[in-house]
Design a protein around this ligand. Structure first.
Ligand code: PHE
Ligand code: FE
Length: 299
């Protein structure tokens, strides 16, 4: 293990990955490649292609970081795992994406409770190539530092969860995925679009801030945006009064309905099974962020 710097970063030590580690990456990457065509949003697939993230093995962060920096000014920093909230937000606010370096074991291909390098790099980094999403993530980091000071982190964490990790986006070709927690999960990539059980609501900032989420199974609820500009614009206002407003209302369970709910599409698409994989039902991959661990511990 290399030295931990004060900002919680380490060296990726790309040269030290075993052949076994690269082989695990290849398995995960191949499987998602087949699934995500026609399911992931265009911006994601475009970013993945431009970064040159490949099936071959775990990428060298220096190489990806150079391409990313030229595109949107973001860098990738290596971290050993979950880092304290304030450190995480400060990295985002400085346009540095903290990525874990380790890769899951073979018996964890379908589910891992903490982020690993596949989730972080394959799930999160491609969208940072998109200028609007890149700005949203930086604004989120600044908002995180502010929410921390105001004592409203759980409400802001829900926004991260229902957008960055589990967001869906409406396109002319149909519903697509942009949330990294879904993009790095074979099972949920199919389930979130094709399964009639989960509810899909139009993006609504206050509704999201009120809604708890589960980290141990597929989501029962997704929020749909029209484009990243909508997300950026809707989150631009000062959250301080919004936090207070939302704090006065009761929290909602993901399965709970409220009268004002704006359902996105009650009719799920059909006919996907043909090119879908055989995936067993179970929770998705690498979805646990520090906020969640914290919340669990503080409960
Ligand atoms: N506008 C938010 C605030 O004042 C900051 C923020 C931006 C939070 C984007 C999340 C996403 O706190
Ligand atoms: Fe994540």
């Amino acid at each position: 293990m290399t030295a931990l710097h004060p900002d919680c970063t380490i060296e990726q030590n790309w040269e030290s990955y075993s052949e076994e580690a690269h082989a695990t990456w290849r398995l995960l990457f191949d499987r998602q490649q087949r699934l995500l065509e026609g399911r992931a949003c265009r911006e994601y697939l475009d970013g993945l292609g431009r970064l040159g993230v490949e099936a071959g093995g775990i990428p060298d962060f220096r190489r990806l970081g150079d391409i990313l920096e030229r595109a949107t000014g973001w860098r990738i920093v290596a971290v050993p795992g979950l880092v304290p909230d304030g450190v995480f937000f400060a990295h985002l606010a400085g346009r540095r994406f903290p990525s874990t370096c380790f890769i899951r074991r073979r018996d964890q291909l379908d589910y891992l409770q903490e982020p690993d390098v596949f989730h972080d790099i394959c799930g999160h980094v491609p969208l940072l190539m998109n200028p609007v999403f890149a700005d949203y993530m930086q604004a989120y980091g600044e908002g995180g530092l502010k929410a921390l000071g105001l004592g409203h982190l759980p409400r802001l964490a829900r926004l991260y969860w229902y957008t960055v990790e589990f967001g869906l986006i409406s396109t002319e070709e149909g519903l697509r995925i942009y949330g990294s927690g879904i993009l790095s999960s074979a099972g949920e990539s199919v389930y979130c679009l094709d399964d009639p059980r989960p509810r899909r609501l139009r993006f609504d900032l206050r509704r999201i801030m009120r809604t708890r989420y589960r980290i141990d199974d597929f989501q029962e609820l997704y929020f749909v945006i029209d484009d990243f500009q909508e997300l950026f614009d809707a989150t631009r206002p000062d959250f301080a009064p919004i936090y207070r407003e939302v704090a006065a209302l009761s929290d909602l369970e993901p399965s709970q309905r409220v009268a004002q709910d704006n359902d996105f599409s009650p009719v799920p698409r059909i006919g996907r099974e043909k090119n879908g994989p055989l995936v067993k039902r179970g929770p998705s991959l690498g979805r646990k962020r520090l906020e969640d661990v914290r919340q669990d511990h503080n409960r």
